[in-house]
Design a protein around this ligand. Sequence first.
Ligand code: CA
Length: 226
Amino acid sequence: MNRVLVVEDEAAILQGLRDNLEFEGYEVFTALDGIAGLEQIRKHDPHLIVLDLMLPRLSGYELCRKLRAEGVNTPILMLTARGEEADHVLGLDLGADDYVTKPFSVRELMARVRALLRRTATATGLPDELEFDDVRVNFARYEATRAGRRVELTRKEFGLLRLLAAKEGAVVTRDELLEKVWGYDAMPTTRTVDNHLAALRAKLERDAADPQYLITVHGVGYKLVR
Ligand code: CA
């Protein structure tokens, strides 16, 4: 699941963004000022940051500059006030990837978020689609079918499958799967990974007891082969 951090000091806007992003299926973290935002970034390693420019303690500019100076490449969507054209330019100069001017339409903002995440996903090599046997998976839309019939996968199952697909043929360790799919502060055990893999097999393999695609590499992790 994609993690999105929203840093915004206007509580009503923050709440609106949180609700909409959660509705779209993102895991959302929030911060009301720049310092808290920085702490959230360190803690949750978000896939995308929605960053207001004018913030208490540490401004959006400063936060953006600091992150880029540290080599953090997380995409940043800046929120700027209407008519502050210079702000957009400066924001982009400092390493923001895109901006939206307040007051913004929620639909437009969501479209920008999706576009930025898609761009990054391509850049990081995470596939948008996967096909094997009679299974078709669209990761961007969280849709999976088997022999043309819809299969319900959880977000974590999509995440696991996508990571395995990104490294097709290579073993992915349980620890890496845990870290990338569950995140740093979650407390699941490697057993959790095993249970989710078993669930994926039950849904996608013809014979879960004799998997042909989702292969266990004993003592290490898993790999996807086609
Ligand atoms: Ca503000």
